[in-house]
Design a protein around this ligand. Structure first.
Ligand code: NAD
Length: 253
């Protein structure tokens, strides 16, 4: 792996994104993370800078092209890696999903990949190629129960991954996605607090038990795959989807 790569990551202030920020920063790479949440973003950046890490936070709403353009104006002309990780969830089947819910999920989970990728491509091109890694979900391949809008948007992330991979393969810009199963992050804690107040512990155990491996994943277990896909060792991999899910998809039948 190039000694010091420049990596741009969205949603790098929490959960899986934070683990990715940490892994790349600890290995001496330059990390620029875009996140909506300025409180945790600034806090995370300060924490890494205090340890000598080359970490920059730019407050950005990935669903807003102007906000993303402003962020990318502050990013070097050449980057090696883009990780489209920011995402939000919604609980409900088709009839429980309002037009507003649908639009909100689409704006962040789908348009957010478009806005950042379209801004990143020229900077990856200047680099002579690079790697785009999209955070998908097992929901894209199996339609999680009661997650109509979420499954739909992650299905689009999978399709966008294939489309980008195909259109930019000749320029050595690789594009892959990772489909995590349940991973213990604030995303999961927030979901439990909102939907099962007072029953969080019990529901956490139930969710963990749905994974064949018997537990939820750790953010670091997803970050490790991102690190590999960003590396030169993965130079022959593009247009692929990698489930990291404790056997959730593969061992179901
Ligand atoms: P998280 O909620 O812990 O972190 C998400 C981060 O994205 C937060 O820092 C948040 O501020 C940021 N974000 C949200 N909307 C944004 C916006 N409009 N602009 C910029 N930043 C924004 O979530 P997580 O569990 O770490 O999930 C990260 C990704 O992994 C998501 O795409 C999610 O769909 C996917 N995923 C998570 C799980 C899981 O079980 N945790 C499973 C499968 C897929």
């Amino acid at each position: 792996m190039k000694q010091k790569k420049t990596i741009v990551i969205t949603g790098g202030a929490s959960g899986i994104g934070l683990a990715i920020t940490r892994l790349f920063a600890d290995k001496g790479h330059q990390v620029i993370f875009l996140d909506f949440n300025s409180n945790s973003g600034n806090q995370v950046a300060e924490e890494f800078k205090a340890k000598g890490g080359d970490v920059t936070f730019i407050q950005t709403d990935v669903s807003d092209l102007n906000s993303v353009k402003t962020a990318f104006d502050q990013i070097p002309e050449t980057i090696d890696v883009l990780v489209n990780n920011a995402g939000i969830s919604h609980v409900g089947n088709l009839e429980d999903t309002s037009e507003e819910d649908l639009d909100r999920l689409f704006q962040v989970n789908v348009k957010g990949v478009y806005t950042c990728s379209i801004e990143a491509i020229p900077k990856l091109r200047t680099n002579g190629g690079g790697s785009i890694i999209n955070m998908c979900s097992v929901a894209a391949s199996m339609g999680l129960p009661d997650r109509f809008a979420y499954s739909m948007t992650k299905g689009a992330v999978l399709s966008m991954t294939l489309s980008i991979a195909r259109d930019y393969v000749a320029e050595q810009i690789r594009c892959n996605c990772i489909s995590p199963g349940r991973v213990h992050t604030p995303f999961v804690d927030g979901f439990l607090a909102k939907n099962y107040p007072g029953q969080e512990k019990e529901m956490f155990a139930k969710l963990a038990a749905t994974q064949p491996i018997g537990r939820m994943g750790k953010p670091e277990e997803i970050a490790a795959m991102v690190y590999y896909l960003a590396s030169d060792e993965a130079s022959f991999i593009t247009g692929s989807n990698f489930p990291i899910d404790g056997g959730f998809l593969g061992l179901k039948a």
